[in-house]
Design a protein around this ligand. Structure first.
Ligand code: WT7
Length: 662
């Protein structure tokens, strides 16, 4: 690798610098009991992917069978056409009917330490009652219901109750502002809003009802508000209720009829809307429907996590307000009859070992979380997981961002003590379920690679002209429809086509760069909008970040390309050190050298900015655009999706104090 300015002719869409030689075949102990240990699912799907998905759909209970597997009128798909089913029936009734009503569906742990164990029979009873509550409030099939709640059991109850009667839910993450909630309610024309007085986060109540009241000012579609009691009082007072509009959850439940039969719904019935939170553009209401979505949710949850529902205790530590929570806390696990943990609060309350305490208490066997959490735990140090018995764990998953190889290694060795396969799962709100991931009993993993498309999924990396790349970097595309795919953007079919299906003919593309290595493994390289252009080389932020995290003092790094007179763009690195490590000029110099040695001089950061925290969205994604603005000295745009707005000020101050190095 040299510093020379490359000719742009024949250049790759994204270049590929990082090499990784470590390999991890499935541990023998794990394989001995794994659901799949051979290539049979891949072979079956390769032979006929549509009949493969049909087989998976047969694991659900249908009231009426489908007559056509797939109607594909690019980019509009209809799966299992003619089939009728009900999601809540598949998630609840069929397990209870099969004698599994006493199995625990959820272990709920509130942030203050309160706990509830909810069996499948109990969950079904609550869902039936709440479905009747919704009906009593005038909710009918195909109406939209907005849900703005903390992570309490009433949240899945509300979602499942919607599915029982054929209403579509639109869950809005509890950390969103009144404006964000209002926009989403308006776009969906929601009839009812379900919220709570508050929720607990880091020891304080989140003012959900207050936000909901503010959101409802100036909107007219919502006729009723249901308020679950969670914090009881805010500032020493119960929350204000608007007469005629607002009612408490408990009061409505007490008055409701206990039985409600699940309505047979079309396979293509709208199941939910989930808005993707773009920082600039108007949010898109991603539409998911019933039969295909549940098929992929159940299939991926079973096989990616090697689920043994009789014995596993599964914990997906995401918020239900994101798609990860929809598919892998609610629909996938319940469809499979799994026992899950739901935790309301933050990982550092009351202390930084809260997660490991939870793993030990419930004997969690499968843990699914985001790289941002893993890197935060790395930063805090090994003593927190080290002080708990984590030997129940047998499988670890990651989702949401590229996982840097060193973070993967830390997860695998410190949390999994080398016994647990790690599955890095790539997917999106739009895909509905996992698309690229190892199968833990089959795939030899490489730290930092999501490996291969799952059986039935078609994924390819292509160059600027849409030609498949056999080795090297490019754009990640999906080559055929899949059952959990979005059916469109609510109210805007043209935007759906333009956003996802216009860049490469006949292919779905939603913005991620990726590379294929010499063994055909896929490596996600971050959003293509973030790719830097340094002296004509297209360098992925992910690879430079991974090179930084590879240094033993670094916990986390965010890299951006800032305008530069000489090189076009210069690499600017924002770095968080592990606790106990001190920033210094020498350290910065050492890190710059480390990147140059690890992946090449072209990627050497021009500036390293040390910072205590990185700006992140509430779902944990690093906000590189904001850092780029900081690095280029521009004014900051909308920062409302920040985890902590103070971080930005701190970063701005630090980067101003750090003269650009030449
Ligand atoms: C974007 C989708 C999928 C549920 C949570 C996020 C990034 C997601 C990975 C991964 C690299 C990943 C992509 C993707 N992403 N998983 N394993 N490796 N990047 O859902 O908010 O819709 O975000 O998250 O950039 O496009 P989302």
């Amino acid at each position: 690798m040299t510093d020379e300015v490359a000719s742009t002719e024949g250049r790759a869409a994204i270049e590929d610098f990082y090499t990784e030689d470590r390999r991890f075949p499935p541990p023998e102990e794990f394989r001995a009991n794994a659901l799949v240990t051979d290539r049979s699912l891949y072979d079956q799907a390769d032979a006929d992917w549509q009949s493969f998905w049909e087989d998976q759909a047969r694991s659900l209970d249908w009231f009426e069978p489908w007559h056509t597997v797939l109607e594909w009128d690019l980019p509009f798909a209809r799966w299992f056409v003619g089939g009728k089913l009900n999601v809540s029936y598949n998630c609840l009734d069929r397990h209870v009917a099969a004698g599994r009503g006493d199995r625990v569906a959820y272990y709920f742990e509130g942030e203050p330490g309160d706990r509830r164990t909810i069996t499948y029979a109990e969950l079904l009873a609550e869902v039936e009652r709440f479905a009747n509550v919704l009906r009593s409030l005038g909710v009918e099939r195909s109406d939209r219901v907005a849900i703005y709640m903390p992570m309490i059991p009433e949240l899945p109850v509300a979602m499942l109750a919607c599915t029982r009667i054929g209403a579509a839910h639109s869950v809005v993450f509890g950390g969103f502002s009144p404006d964000a909630l209002r926009d989403r309610i308006e776009d969906a024309q929601a009839k009812v809003l379900i919220t709570a007085d508050g929720g607990w986060r880091r020891g304080s109540p989140v003012r959900l009802k207050e936000n909901a009241d503010a959101a409802l000012e100036g909107t007219s579609s919502v006729q009723h508000v249901v308020v679950a009691r969670r914090v009881t009082e805010i500032d020493g007072k119960p929350v204000p209720m608007t007469p005629g509009r607002d009612q408490f959850w408990d009061d409505l439940m007490a008055a409701a009829d206990p039985s409600c039969v699940a309505v047979p719904l079309d396979s293509e019935e709208l199941l939910y809307l989930l808005y993707t939170s773009g920082t600039t553009a108007r949010p898109k209401g991603i539409m998911h429907t019933t039969g295909g979505y549940l098929t992929q949710a159940a299939f991926t949850h079973r096989y990616v996590f090697d689920l043994h529902p009789e014995t596993d205790v599964y914990w997906c530590a995401a918020d239900i307000g994101w798609v990860t929570g929809h598919t892998y806390i609610v629909y996938g696990p319940l469809a499979n009859g799994a026992t899950s943990v739901i935790y309301e609060g933050t990982p550092d309350y009351p202390a930084k070992d809260r997660w490991w305490e939870i793993v030990e208490r419930y004997g969690v066997t499968i843990l699914y979380c985001a790289p941002t959490a893993i890197r935060t735990f790395m930063k805090w140090g090994d003593s927190y997981p080290g002080s708990h018995d984590l030997s129940s764990l047998r499988l670890l998953g990651s989702v949401g961002e590229p996982i840097n190889p060193e973070a993967w290694m830390w997860y695998q060795s410190r949390i999994g003590t080398g016994r647990c396969p790690v599955v890095d799962t790539w997917w999106q709100t739009e895909t509905g379920g996992i698309m690229i991931s190892p199968l833990p009993g089959v795939t030899t993993t490489k730290p930092g690679s999501a490996t291969f498309p799952l059986p039935g999924i078609g994924a390819e990396v292509v160059d600027d002209d849409g030609k498949p790349v056999e080795r090297g970097g490019g754009y990640l595309t999906l080559t055929r429809p899949w059952p959990g795919m979005l059916r469109g953007i609510y109210g805007d079919p043209e935007r759906y086509r333009a956003t996802y299906w216009s860049r490469f003919e006949g292919r779905y593309f939603a913005g991620d760069g990726a590379k294929v290595d010499e063994d055909g493994y896929l490596w996600l390289l971050g959003r293509v909008d973030d790719v830097m252009n340094v002296s004509g080389h297209r360098v992925s932020t992910t690879e430079v970040e991974s090179a930084l995290v590879d240094h033993s003092a670094v916990a986390e790094a965010a890299v951006v390309g800032a305008k530069d007179d000489t090189t076009g763009q210069a690499v600017i690195a924002f770095v968080t050190l592990k606790s106990g490590e001190a920033p210094s000029e020498e350290r910065g110099e050492e890190l710059r050298r480390h990147v140059a040695t690890k992946i090449g001089a072209i990627a050497r950061p021009k500036t390293v900015v040390f910072t205590e925290e990185l700006p992140k969205t509430r779902s944990g994604k690093i906000m590189r655009r904001l850092l780029k603005d900081v690095a280029e000295g521009r004014d900051l745009g909308d920062t409302t999706t920040l985890a902590d707005a103070g971080v930005v000020e701190e970063i701005r101050r630090l980067s101003a104090a750090n003269p650009t190095e030449e």
